[in-house]
Design a protein around this ligand. Sequence first.
Ligand code: KDG
Length: 324
Amino acid sequence: MSEFLTIGEPMAVLASQDVNKDLADVGHFSRFLAGAELNVAIGIRRLGHSASYVSAVGSDPFGQFILDSIRSSGIDATHINIDSNYWTGFYLKQRVAQGDPQTYYYRKNSAAANYDKANLVNIDLSKTVITHITGIFAALSPQALAATHTLIDNVEKVGGIITFDPNLRPALWKSEAEMISTTNALAKHGTVIMPGIHEGKILMGSDDPEEIADFYLDQSSITQTVVVKLGPDGAYVKQRNQTPFTVSGFRVKEVVDTVGAGDGFAVGIISALLEGKTMHEAVVRACAIGALAVESCGDNDGYPTSNELKRFYQEQDEQIGEGI
Ligand code: KDG
């Protein structure tokens, strides 16, 4: 079994090759691998850690593409079911010169949304150090939410660590109220919570990083660290009973596509924690991978290998210490 495990919906993304065009007018797309939790597994694996990904795909060309890509990346694909009753999800992504692109999902009632929690009984979590949960998979369907809860229970039974990224996707939820209550309830199980500052505002009503952190630290004794993502400005970090600190963002050469930056951030934190680094070192790495992520077109193509990460620090004139 792997050091790292996550559950999610894998997708193909068809990314526009035309800049600043409405999706309805785009004629040329490039296909990449997508899915927030899968992005995290890819990044963790690229940095040399073992990773398992739990999900389901349809028996269709996108499902085959996803399975082939996951297997060739070295991620453990044993727990990806092929379900010929449903399609594999995909989405369209705009290319924009500035800001966040428009996206359009084709994922309702997908194979992953129909994932049966009964399959989780076959997963041995005894060697898994960190399990990553996001609000996306939980939003897909009652079955996916039930599977998320069962996985959390199983992780807690063996004393594993859960990292949680709210990853708010309002389009996937029935209502904002349901999104907020379910996401905050799931967050109670996270040892490390990573909301974006705008997500914090939606989830608990304030865009003050300290108030966001206090909300999550107060609502659950399991939560030990809240890392509030500040986009290009870096991150604010509060650990239980410790002095809060901030980490600055890194310089980015050219912002090509912002999608996947938050998952890259999670890769930085999780990989560093797997290596026994401090939380400060982990958040520096998170900001670095978040910056690298926005320089490429695919959702996870900018995530670095260890050597690429070292080169990035050198280019940024950062001191390369043991910590990073
Ligand atoms: O975080 C990146 C994801 O947004 C992308 O890969 C697709 O999982 C996805 C989603 O639900 O938007």
